[in-house]
Design a protein around this ligand. Structure first.
Ligand SMILES: [Fe+2]
Ligand SMILES: [Fe+2]
Length: 194
């Protein structure tokens, strides 16, 4: 698979997670204790994606490959992407802390900040970094990156991180995503006489 198509497919998964995170934050805003606890689970999921998933794929495989293919390490876009990753990491650990401390107001604020930043970050990567990276890597380089990604996937599968991460992601999206909310609402309506 083309390495940038793979990264963009992972972005679509991340957008579903962010959409579910927003839904969960809205419920936490209405003082739903289950939602506040779930915000902590979202925070742990984002940290796992940072350590073992998409963000690790970009930081530990893509960026070194691009530098190897000739991109300058101090390239403004690479620095901006790294800053975003650091900020997402910091927001996720702060969200986990305040959700555990039982502070819904602060947790909701951080959750919305996190989903906004993730969406802007995805936009920056897809409209600026990936086109530039694709041009730098060119054809031979793309194959090398694809192979390095396959190695990354083999290591993640061997350590079972990818299965754990996928299961946690799917459970949160199913519980808090809009589709899930629509289904719940339809079930509730079906149970009334209106
Ligand atoms: Fe990224
Ligand atoms: Fe990304």
């Amino acid at each position: 698979m083309d390495p940038f198509d793979l990264l963009m497919a992972e972005h679509r998964d991340l957008e579903r997670v962010m959409e579910a995170l927003d839904g969960c934050a809205e419920r936490a805003e209405d003082d739903d204790p289950e939602a506040l606890e779930a915000l902590g689970e979202f925070a742990r999921l984002v940290s796992a994606i940072d350590r073992h998933g998409h963000v690790a794929r970009e930081d530990s495989v893509l960026v070194p490959q691009l530098i190897g293919a000739g991109m300058r390490p101090d390239e403004e876009l690479l620095a901006a992407v790294k800053r975003d990753h650091q900020e997402v990491r910091a927001l996720a650990s702060e969200l986990e802390r305040v959700a555990k401390a039982g502070d819904p107001e602060r947790a909701v604020e951080i959750a919305f900040k996190l989903s906004d930043l993730a969406r802007c970050h995805i936009f920056t990567e897809e409209t600026r970094l990936f086109p530039l990276a694709r041009a730098v890597a060119q054809r031979g380089g793309l194959l090398v990156i694809a192979e390095a990604f396959a190695d990354f996937d083999r290591r993640a599968a061997a350590g079972e991180e990818s299965a754990r991460l996928g299961a946690a992601r799917d459970a949160l999206v199913a519980r808090w995503g809009t589709d899930a909310a629509c289904v719940r609402q339809r079930v509730e309506w079906a149970g009334t006489d209106d």
